[in-house]
Design a protein around this ligand. Structure first.
Ligand code: UD1
Ligand code: MG
Length: 447
């Protein structure tokens, strides 16, 4: 049966102590919103509805920037999770199927877990709730089970008595029910509780009163980790990183010291890649089979070709494409440039807005002078080029195939194929001059 997802993102997020909505805070370089949306899309929903609050504009802007395709609903006042789901009602008028309610601040539930939750509704449960055994249940709603193991009631922490408070089985917030049943039950609920909110969780008790059975599906605590404060944001980041490392290693990448490698939400490492300690993957990195990323390198928005070697201490910025068997060495920064197959930029260079052909060597300290203070200009280096150390290439410029540039040159005009360009003063050797100077300097010091 069809699925629609409702992602709740209208909460105040007060405990974040932030000037912008909670869901825009990032884990693995992606806002919580994107994580939650990506999770929802795994269910191939017919509809995805994002419930946002009054500050929804920032969330809309973020959604547009990140390519999040969802329908927006505004919940003007944050009057509770049940109230938030009701705000989506109109958008779901024509929808017939099951609703999965997700929280934007709880984005790490596994796809397989959601499938279990949906399966339990398919098996006859009126409302199924995802629960977990909390190591510290403080603040969570408690799941009260009936003697037959079904879910009898959810009691919020604020409303719980002392025996209910001792229950460890807690509500993650994620829930699944058929749309018609859920809205039917929600229609009966008022805000008669200590928080004066319409609790989504109250649908369970309502269902029970009507003789409908509900179920709690259990998952790992880690999956339901909610982000309510900066401290919890950091804990969620740690969980995300650990999971990403395990996923990368399972997919065939070697992480020499996994705990020191930072992943983004979309980092993609090919089979037999090796990542040495202390590497940071910013967003948009694709590393192909057999490549090696050496210590202390920082990569973002780049494509590292097969068997390429990067670092140690390399910085690859957005728009970098390293072709197969290329090499970028220490203290090299590359930006918006393509380094051709088998070419090398081994030491101390800045290469920006450039294209380097195949089997070329960019000598130590070479700089592409791509910026004139107003505009950026391109540098084109052909195949089999040898750029001597400390070459300055003043863009726009083209260095032809098979050419050479003498070390220390400032290259201002195009170099034809197979030519040697040298632009520096001719060397003069003055016989005996050095020792004469030294003698004079020592004498001066003695006086
Ligand atoms: C909720 C659950 C609780 C559960 C806990 C898990 C209810 C009544 N309580 O409590 O049982 O253990 O989550 O983390 O459901 N939101 C809105 N509009 C609102 C209120 C909230 O969109 O008016 C959104 C928030 O943005 C957030 C989610 O709903 O994504 C949960 O809200 P939050 O205030 O964090 O609920 P809790 O008090 O943590
Ligand atoms: Mg919460």
């Amino acid at each position: 049966m069809a699925i629609a997802t409702v992602i709740l993102a209208a909460g105040k997020g007060t405990r974040m102590n932030s000037g912008f909505p909670k869901v825009l805070h990032e884990i693995g370089n992606a806002p919580l919103l994107l994580h939650a949306w990506r999770l929802s899309q795994k269910l191939r929903p017919e509809k995805t509805i994002l419930v946002v609050g009054k500050d929804g504009d920032k969330i809309r802007d973020c959604a547009a920037a990140k390519g999040i395709d969802a329908e927006f609903v505004v919940q003007n006042e944050p009057k509770g999770t049940g109230h938030a789901v009701l705000a989506a009602r109109k958008k779901l008028d024509r929808f017939r199927g099951k609703l999965v309610v997700l929280y934007s601040d709880t984005p790490f539930v596994r796809h397989s877990t959601l499938n279990k939750l949906i399966a339990s509704v398919e098996a006859g449960s009126a409302v199924s709730v995802l629960g977990f055994k909390a190591s510290d249940p403080t603040g969570y709603g408690r799941l009260l089970l009936a003697p037959d193991g079904s879910l009898g009631k959810i009691v919020e922490h604020k409303d719980a008595n002392s025996s209910e408070l001792s229950i460890e089985f807690c509500n993650s917030g994620v829930l699944c029910a058929s749309k018609s049943v859920l809205f039917d039950l929600l229609g009966e609920i008022d805000a008669g509780n200590s928080a004066e909110e319409v609790y989504l969780t109250d649908v369970v008790e309502r269902a029970k009163r009507r003789g409908l059975a509900c179920q709690a599906v259990e998952c790992e605590e880690e999956e339901t980790l909610g982000v309510n404060s900066r401290v919890e944001l950091a804990s969620a980041e740690a969980v995300f990183q650990r999971r990403s490392r395990i996923a990368a290693m399972s997919a065939g990448a070697t992480l020499v010291q996994p705990n020191s490698v930072y992943f983004s939400f979309d980092t993609n490492l090919g089979i037999d890649t090796v990542v040495e300690p202390n590497v940071v993957f910013g967003p948009g990195v694709f590393v192909h089979r057999g490549a090696r990323i050496r210590c202390f390198s920082y990569l973002e928005g780049c494509d590292v070709g097969m068997n390429a070697v990067v670092g140690p201490f390399a910085r690859l910025r957005p728009g970098t494409e390293l072709c197969a068997d290329s090499k970028v060495g220490n203290f090299v920064e590359i930006k918006a440039s393509r380094i051709g197959q088998g070419s090398k930029v081994p030491h101390l260079s800045y290469v920006g807005d450039a294209a380097v052909g195949e089997k070329s060597n960019v000598g130590a300290g070479t700089i592409t002078c791509n910026y004139d203070g107003v505009s950026k200009h391109r540098t084109i280096v052909g195949d089999n080029v040898f750029l001597g150390s400390n070459s300055l290439l003043i863009a726009p410029i083209e260095i032809g195939d098979g050419s050479m540039v003498g070390a220390g040159s400032v290259v201002t005009t195009n170099v034809p194929p197979d030519a040697l360009a040298i632009s520096r003063m001719r060397q003069i050797n003055k016989p005996g001059m050095a020792s004469r100077i030294m003698r004079r300097l020592r004498k001066l010091k003695m006086e």
